[in-house]
Design a protein around this ligand. Structure first.
Ligand code: PEP
Ligand code: MN
Length: 343
């Protein structure tokens, strides 16, 4: 943090700011300039409130120079965090592929789709048991029955599962069944839930809110790390823009931006970004090309009867085609697609 003094600030005002900083157990480093003096503040453990200094006599402005996040940043931990799930080391050279239906609809539907995506090479099975739906009249998910189905399908196929914890009432239950607990876009700023995710004992897949800046996204992850859980996988899933040709806009530049600032792995979800299946393969290619550590893709064998998000679900044969393309691309970007469990 840098406190910039007004041009006509008196020595007493400068001294006043220095003493005020020091009274907060911080170090004041005065930097006299040809026109004005700036005072750098160091020694802070957490974030220092700008407002503390803004109204002091002689102060022109206060500039935040260090990031508001800490635990998620590369300044704090320069090496990439690698999270191991289902034989894949996410955040290293491996590309993690998560696939499955939007919602768990029945045991048969989930098992059929799991078999398809597993034989094509997916590492993890996705499927919502608790669904965040825009309308209260839409299918809300099978709840605990859905979790039980996922667990049965995992036993059958050997595929680890990722599923969403919609609120604090269900997160412990979800963590009992899931290999990775998902926090959805609509909950990215549900701070109570984020804290609980930090204590759930499972890796967390944190989706970016549809109107969240990168700073807000990383601060949401910071909540989870702050509770002692370092195993956070970020997920860019598209943000709201003025466009009407897709459901959301996949913010591809978020991937290299996050990778530069943070040591956490980041994957992309082109399904919720596009909203239409014909755009999922091109966006997946683009996400891998910009350095995403993996993909999360919705797949359904009967999308016309799917209980949610049928229009964005790839057909099993399209998912197979996607996997072929990702394997080719991986070599170009120095990544690997490890073999899936049981495939
Ligand atoms: C999902 O992945 O099932 C989902 C609801 O996604 P999002 O939170 O990104 O909308
Ligand atoms: Mn969905």
């Amino acid at each position: 943090m840098l406190v910039v003094m007004k041009m006509d600030a008196s020595p007493e005002e400068i001294e006043g700011v220095v003493s005020y900083i020091e009274s907060h157990d911080l170090k004041a480093n005065a930097i006299p300039g040809s026109e004005r003096t700036a005072i750098g503040i160091t020694g802070n453990i957490g974030v220092v409130e700008k407002g503390l200094f803004e109204s002091l006599p002689g102060v022109l402005e206060v500039i935040q120079v260090s990031h508001p996040y800490k635990l998620v940043s590369r300044e704090f931990k320069p090496d990439a965090t690698v999270i191991e799930v289902g034989g894949v080391r996410i955040g290293g050279p491996d590309l993690l592929i998560i696939a499955g239906p939007c919602s768990v609809e029945s045991y048969e539907q989930t098992l059929r789709i799991a078999n398809h995506v597993q034989s094509a090479g997916a590492h993890l099975l996705r499927g919502g048991a608790f669904k965040p739906r825009t309308s209260p009249y839409s299918f809300q998910g099978l709840g605990v029955e859905g979790l039980e189905i996922l667990a049965r399908v995992r036993t059958e196929t050997g595929m680890p599962v990722v599923t969403e914890a919609l609120d604090i009432d269900v997160i412990d239950k979800v963590a009992e069944y899931a290999d990775i607990v998902q926090i959805g876009a609509r909950n990215m700023q549900n701070y109570t839930l984020l804290r609980r995710a930090g204590r759930c004992g499972r890796p967390v897949l944190l989706k970016r809110g549809m109107n969240a800046t990168i700073t807000e996204f990383l601060l949401a992850a910071e909540y989870i790390l702050d509770q002692g859980n370092e195993q956070v996988i970020l997920c860019e899933r598209g943000i709201r823009t003025f466009t009407e040709h897709t459901r959301n806009t996949l913010d591809l530049s978020a991937v290299p931006t996050v990778k530069k600032i943070s040591h956490l792995p980041i994957i992309a979800d082109p399904s919720h970004a596009a909203g239409q299946r014909d755009k999922v393969i091109p966006l997946s290619r683009a996400a891998v090309a910009v350095g995403a550590d993996g993909l999360m893709v919705e797949v359904h064998d009967k999308p016309e009867t799917a209980l949610s998000d049928g229009s964005q679900a790839l057909l099993p044969e399209q998912f197979e085609e996607l996997m072929g393309e990702i394997r080719l691309l991986a070599a170009v970007v120095d990544r690997e697609v490890p073999n899936a469990v049981g495939s």
